[in-house]
Design a protein around this ligand. Structure first.
Ligand SMILES: [Zn+2]
Length: 182
């Protein structure tokens, strides 16, 4: 009788051990796979119906962004005028956030501002860009941030062309351009 009990107890321990181990493996799998696929899936999810915020730690951002992208997006930096990407790009296509690949602007709303930064009068979708009041440098400006990853993109001013009268002055080094597919 005791023997049977021992065997039962032993097999229970084995089973529970096996379960715990499987559980561990499963937990690890479920926490790593969505994280990795989220980054990979981001480019195909450039036009979400509802924008779901992406939050990462500074270390996580550092691991996926270049130093320049990190400085601008995460530390509200600015590239020097006429030195960044796309200020003079006249090709037709879409500009994405280089932090999260959200589609931000299209070439038909880009205009020549003479500032040395890519300038647009309207974003693709109002929900795709956010604004914040920026009181740094002694005067009040309106900061433009990515609607999904909250990364700093540039500033918006009210001296733009029709129809909006707005000038989204954006750091080209945090944009990714993709020509329209023909
Ligand atoms: Zn973004």
């Amino acid at each position: 009788m005791n023997k049977i009990l021992l065997i039962l107890a032993a097999s229970c321990m084995l089973i529970s051990n096996a379960c715990t181990q499987t559980g561990k493996v499963l937990t690890t799998t479920t926490t790593t796979i969505p994280e990795a696929s989220q980054d990979k899936a981001a480019p195909s999810n450039a036009y979400p119906k509802v924008v779901e915020k992406i939050e990462k730690t500074p270390e996580e951002w550092q691991s996926i962004l270049s130093e320049e992208e990190y400085r601008i997006l995460r530390e509200a930096g600015t590239e020097r005028a006429f030195t960044g990407k796309y200020w003079d790009n006249k090709k037709e296509g879409t500009y994405y956030c280089s932090g999260c690949r959200l589609a931000l602007f299209e070439s038909d709303t880009k205009f020549k501002s003479g500032t040395g930064w890519p300038s647009f009068y309207q974003p693709i979708d109002e929900d795709y860009v956010g604004t914040k009041t920026d009181s740094s440098h002694g005067w009040s400006r309106v900061e433009v941030v990515c609607g999904r990853c909250d990364g700093h993109l540039g500033h918006v001013f009210e001296d733009g062309p029709k129809p909006t009268g707005l000038r989204y002055c954006i750091n080209g080094n945090v944009l990714m351009f993709e020509p329209f597919k023909k």
